[in-house]
Design a binder for this molecule. Structure first.
Ligand code: LLP
Length: 425
């Protein structure tokens, strides 16, 4: 079945291009495995996302979830478009600021912020801490007092909604470690509005990632608006914003699926706000939707090998480079950099060199006849690809390349053996 390539990807005379750059040229010069991103694809997605909220009549600020792809140049690209950053560690906070995101456009999420990380956020003057528990709130208050500062906080609601996605990326159900219950949020809001060191500026909610159904998002948005309204009434205060989190899914099976739409999301949020008769500002924290389809992982077939049941294509990328297939049984399209003339397909397990049977990039996948030395593109790998990569099996992490129209440049050099051992001994 022919697949629709992601935006900015196309075959020209059987050769795969991103924008005006032939991917084979990059693979030859930089080597494989190697991540390649299209700057224009990312910027267009960002503009579509922001426009969707504008059209729905909402005042919205977009905070890019840095964890999706945390390369400084990718953050810088989005910061130049006007994006803020959603960060989950001191490391991400420092990255966002180094990439030029102003502190007042950074929100800091996560269930286990350390005192050191909170101090960094306080001293930097970030927009808000998304608070996930009572002890965290008390620690933030104590540190703000010590520093004679106000801590801007937002309460993360766990709305108890099933978003129908993979269990590992479901975050808004009872039993998930994230957020606080509705009742406890009311208690903590009361506490925060009475504290001279805490400044309650918003409420937040993020129910999961790779979401395709709007119904659970709608349910969560309603709970969030209800919480905001009750908090304001009970404490006679006004919140600055509602933060709806991220989570919008993308189409990984390019022949069959359609990406979820920010237009539908924005409309749904507008309808919810209308129901409450309040025009809160909206913050959103998209990650995957902005960068997934804009990135690809290039790899080369090292060897072919068959047993009675399976034909293996052993490639030079592995689970340490892209862990999504192994960890979430995720599907990524794989296409050759040069389309073969022969249209026959056979089924392959595309596997990496890592010493684990769980190291695969695709299983039982119909692909054109592969040959040793052929180069492949693993598509829609821009989100949670490089950012989840590791040095397992002492494999240096891949290079990262940014394509900007007619030009391309390295935005992260391939790691060397020296990089691997630098902190040791
Ligand atoms: N906000 C919060 C609080 C989050 O926890 C996340 C993602 C986001 C925003 C961004 O969500 P997105 O728009 O990207 O769905 N490694 C997994 C995804 C983990 C998502 C973690 N949190 C994967 O590869 O599918």
């Amino acid at each position: 079945m022919p697949i629709n390539l992601p935006n900015k990807f196309e075959y020209r005379d059987n050769h795969l291009f991103i924008d005006n750059i032939e991917l084979g040229e990059i693979a030859n010069k930089v080597g494989t495995p190697c991540y390649v991103y299209s700057a224009s694809a990312i910027c267009e997605r960002y503009r579509q996302y922001t426009r969707a909220f504008l059209i729905a009549g909402l005042e919205a600020e977009i905070f890019y979830a840095v964890k999706a792809c945390s390369n400084l140049e990718i953050i810088r690209l989005l910061a130049n478009e006007g994006a803020g950053a959603d960060v989950v560690s001191g490391g991400e906070l420092l990255r966002a600021m180094k990439a030029g995101v102003p502190a007042h456009k950074i929100v800091f999420a996560g269930v286990g912020k350390t005192a050191k990380e909170i101090e960094l956020g306080l001293k930097s003057g970030i927009r808000a801490f998304n608070v996930e528990s009572e002890p965290e709130l008390r620690l933030i208050e104590r540190l703000a007092k010590q520093l004679s500062l106000h801590a801007r906080i937002s309460l993360r609601l766990n709305p108890g909604v099933d978003p129908h996605t993979h269990a590992y990326i479901t975050t808004g159900q009872r039993g998930n470690k994230f957020g606080i219950s509705y009742e406890q949020a009311l208690e903590l809001a009361r506490y925060a509005t009475n504290s001279p060191y805490l400044w309650l500026v918003g409420v937040q909610c993020h129910i999961g990632s790779q979401l395709h159904e709007l119904e659970p998002i709608s349910e969560a948005a309603n709970r969030l608006a209800e919480l905001a309204q009750t908090v304001e009434r009970q404490n006679n205060c006004a919140l600055e914003y509602l933060d709806i989190g991220g989570g919008l899914g993308v189409a990984y099976r390019l022949a069959e699926e359609q990406a979820a739409s920010p237009e539908a999301l924005a409309q749904l949020v507008a309808t919810t706000l209308a129901r409450y008769g309040r025009n809160w500002k909206i913050l959103a924290e998209p990650g995957r939707w902005l960068v997934a389809e804009a990135g690809t992982l290039l790899t080369e077939v090292l060897f072919l090998k068959s047993d009675t049941e399976t034909t293996f294509a052993i490639v030079d990328a592995a689970m340490n480079d892209l862990i999504r297939p192994s960890l979430y049984q995720a599907y990524h399209e794989i296409v050759p950099l040069v389309e073969p003339l022969n249209s026959d397909l056979i089924n392959y397990d595309v596997v990496g060199p890592v010493c684990e049977s769980g190291d695969f990039l695709a299983q039982n996948r119909a692909l054109p006849l592969l040959e040793e030395g052929m180069k492949l593109a693993i598509l829609s790998a821009g989100a949670y690809g490089f950012s989840m990569s590791s040095n397992y099996n002492s494999r240096p992490r891949a290079a990262e390349i940014l394509v900007e129209g007619d030009n391309w440049r390295s935005i992260r050099a391939r790691e060397t053996f020296e990089d691997l051992i630098r902190a040791e001994g």
